[in-house]
Design a protein around this ligand. Structure first.
Ligand SMILES: Cc1cc2nc3c(=O)[nH]c(=O)nc-3n(C[C@H](O)[C@H](O)[C@H](O)COP(=O)(O)O)c2cc1C
Length: 188
């Protein structure tokens, strides 16, 4: 299992949620490996489309090894705090590079084929400060799951927005934190 922290804070609410999920995964027999994007050299996608010709990204950075880790993982769990209604720039930069994992399709009416195994499982978690974030940012959640499901052809994908509870700094006290862990456990 690959766990990706898209928060610049390595001990913030995203990390807390990912750690709790990682513990459940270990109990279920997985060996989670965590990446903190803030520690990595990940360049923005240059949009050159060379990956569509060669199947490989031309950029020489830490993504070279991450592509292999994504390929090897049977489960990828990703988290990012909500920044201005979206994922962090750090996370978006990382996720844009997943474009290299799609090839142009020759099938009529189909734009892309996935270069990934479609039996891979995925989960996203997006903590946020707004107590109504699970309503406000529902679209963000859907955007990531639909990208993964529709473009990459994966079936077992979940996404949860986790707002902070009113006057509560501990993200684990949020109802949606428990919802996230329940959903994640059901995917293991
Ligand atoms: C630059 C920035 C922008 C933010 N924008 C939002 C936002 O639009 N909506 C929201 O609910 N919270 C927003 N927040 C709050 C974070 O999402 C929240 O504190 C989150 O729990 C931080 O996660 P972390 O501890 O893993 O870094 C923002 C925080 C920062 C630093």
């Amino acid at each position: 299992m690959l766990i990706v922290n898209g928060s610049p804070r390595k001990d913030g609410s995203t990390a807390t949620l990912l750690e709790e999920a990682g513990r459940l995964a270990e109990e279920a027999g997985y060996s989670p490996q965590r990446l903190d994007l803030i520690d990595m050299n990940i360049l923005p996608c240059h949009g050159c489309l060379r990956c569509k010709e060669t199947g490989q990204c031309v950029l020489d950075d830490d993504m070279a090894k991450v592509y292999g880790m994504i390929e090897d993982a049977d489960f990828v769990l990703m988290g990012s705090p909500v920044y201005f209604g979206d994922s962090t720039g750090l996370f978006k930069t990382f996720f844009d590079r997943w474009y290299a994992l799609l090839s142009f399709s020759e099938r009529k009416g189909v734009l892309y084929e996935s270069r990934m195994q479609t039996d891979k499982k995925m989960a996203f978690v997006f903590p946020c400060g707004n107590i109504e974030g699970h309503i406000l940012y529902h679209g963000l959640s859907i955007r990531y799951t639909s990208n993964i499901c529709n473009l990459f052809g994966l079936l077992d994908v979940s996404s949860t927005i986790v707002p902070r509870k009113k006057n509560e700094s501990d993200i684990m006290k949020s109802n949606q934190a428990q919802e996230f862990l329940t959903t994640f456990r059901s995917q293991l």
